[in-house]
Ligand binder design. Structure first.
Ligand code: FES
Length: 123
């Protein structure tokens, strides 16, 4: 999904981004008509690297998780679609198994600044 680049948006305190934690948030962008609702995303630490993606599977656009903050498979290796079991690489968002294999999650830019976790859509 291509999003217009927007201003940086604070989603949490930087101290909330801890290993194993997934932060869910709403973006200022919406899904667009006809049902215009805020897009959602999630952020986490991939090793030491902060990452953020839209919470939308590339093939149906639905959110990946059923439970708050639960995005990983049972082996804690891949992000998983809880509806279909599709697996995504945490570092690239690439789908390696499931109905969207070869497609990828939409990455967001993420930075830690002023004690905040900030995200925005990428170019
Ligand atoms: S919605 Fe695409 S794999 Fe589940």
């Amino acid at each position: 999904m291509n999003l217009p680049v927007t201003e940086w948006q604070a989603i949490a305190a930087a101290s909330d981004l801890t290993p194993g934690q997934f932060l869910e948030f709403h973006l200022t962008q919406t899904t667009g008509e006809p049902a215009s609702v805020p897009l959602t995303g999630f952020a986490f630490l991939d090793g030491d690297t902060p990452r953020a993606y839209l919470n939308a599977c590339p093939h149906l656009g639905i959110e990946l998780n059923w439970l708050p903050g639960r995005f990983m498979d049972v082996d804690n290796l891949f992000i998983q679609c809880s509806t279909h079991g599709a697996l995504f690489k945490p570092g690239s968002g690439e789908c390696i198994a499931g109905p969207c294999q070869g497609d990828a999650l939409t990455p967001l830019e993420i930075r830690l600044q002023n004690g905040e976790v900030q995200v925005r859509a990428q170019d």
